[in-house]
Design a binder for this molecule. Structure first.
Ligand code: SAM
Ligand code: DTB
Ligand code: SF4
Length: 331
């Protein structure tokens, strides 16, 4: 039986069993948070939070039918379509993000997969953003192996591609591509030597077993994603998931804690949904091992907390933006 001391005695694992992860979810809140926080401190400076800023470089009109997404062409959400941005517009936004304290700039495109011409334009954006001294991340949908290698050559640091939910619940959310398609893209990204940013969404009507299976799938990848975004569903009118029952905030904190326990060396990002989270809930997420967030007034198409409010919250909690060196030397 797993106990806090047995988990703390383990090394990094890639062979979690379904019942083990479900057992973690059933632990008492103090056991869960103690274990998560202990592991967090083993691998990171607990006072540092990595800051990423998002920009939607191509918005709306996406052919996929992800039931949560305001950018799908299948749902009437009022999101205005915007073609791929010009390089200079992207670089101006990246400069503003850097000057506001972000260390990573993440560019998202509402594509099923990038076309070659578009990929080359994104490659130029990656190179330009990197030249500003920022880490680069893009999320462009599915990638072929060669496309991942091309982005690596352009200097891409991270590729974001989420599994979103458990393999079992996935079909209730998306019909236009498979779970295996996503795993294949992740493998291409990994093989190209680009770091992986991969997580999911909580609050889509999934149950606790689905949450456990999402995290277990991530943790049992051959290498843990370096970055694990945990999104709370942002409900957008017009999407099929608008109106689904909201998540108990303490259950969301449990997800963060289990992610931290399963993937102790990864950055766990408190991602979408923070406008609906109290300062106390976010504080619990940091205590549970979250050590990254999206900073800036917008996510891709939906609002995010005001930057000043976020800096004030971090200050209230005695946390500070990471300067790129929060990992402890032992790692
Ligand atoms: N089109 C690309 C793809 O899906 O891979 C990249 C952009 S897509 C918007 C990136 C991720 O944002 C999705 O995988 C999903 O996890 C997250 N996301 C989208 N809409 C969301 C929402 N309403 N609430 C929370 N997360 C959302
Ligand atoms: C991730 O896991 N969350 C971000 C980022 N990766 C690309 C996106 C959140 C999108 C929320 C809905 C929107 O703003 O359109
Ligand atoms: Fe398209 Fe990505 Fe939205 Fe799915 S999540 S509809 S792939 S933009």
């Amino acid at each position: 039986m797993l106990t806090p001391s047995s988990v703390l005695a383990q090394s990094i694992r890639h062979d979690w069993l379904a019942e083990e992860v479900q057992a973690l979810f059933a632990w008492s809140f103090p056991d869960l948070l103690f274990t998560a926080q202990s592991l967090h401190r083993r691998h990171f400076d607990p006072g540092a939070v990595q800051i990423s800023t998002l920009l939607s470089i191509k918005t709306g009109g996406c052919p996929e039918d992800c039931a949560y997404c305001p950018q799908s062409v299948h749902f009437d959400t009022g999101v205005e379509r915007q073609k791929l941005m010009e390089l200079e517009t992207v670089l101006a936004a990246a400069r503003r993000a850097r000057d506001a304290g972000a260390t990573r700039f993440c560019m998202g495109a509402a594509w099923r997969n990038p076309r070659q011409r578009d990929l080359e334009r994104v490659g130029a954006m990656v190179a330009g953003v990197r030249a500003l001294g920022l880490e680069t991340c893009v999320t462009l949908g599915m990638l072929e192996a060669e496309q991942a290698r091309y982005l690596a050559e352009c200097g891409l640091d991270y590729y974001n591609h989420n599994l979103d939910t458990s393999p079992e619940y996935y079909e209730a959310v998306i019909s236009t591509r498979t779970y295996q398609d996503r795993l294949d893209t992740l493998a291409h990204v990994r093989a190209a030597g680009v770091r992986v940013c991969c997580g999911g969404i909580i609050g889509m009507g999934e149950d606790v077993v689905d949450r456990a299976e999402l995290l277990r799938t991530l943790a049992n990848l051959p290498v843990h994603p370096e970055s694990v975004p945990i999104n709370q569903l942002v409900q957008v009118a017009g999407t099929p998931l608008a109106g689904v029952a909201s998540v108990d905030p303490l259950d969301f904190v449990r997800v963060v804690a289990v992610a931290r326990i399963l993937m102790p060396q990864s950055h766990v990002r408190l991602s979408a949904g923070r406008t609906d989270m109290s300062p106390e809930m976010q504080a619990l997420c940091f205590l549970a091992g979250a050590n990254s967030l999206f900073y800036g007034e917008r996510l891709l198409t939906t609002p995010n907390p005001d930057g000043d409010a976020d800096l004030a919250l971090l200050a209230r909690l005695g946390l500070r933006p990471e300067d790129g060196g929060s990992r402890v030397a032992a790692e």
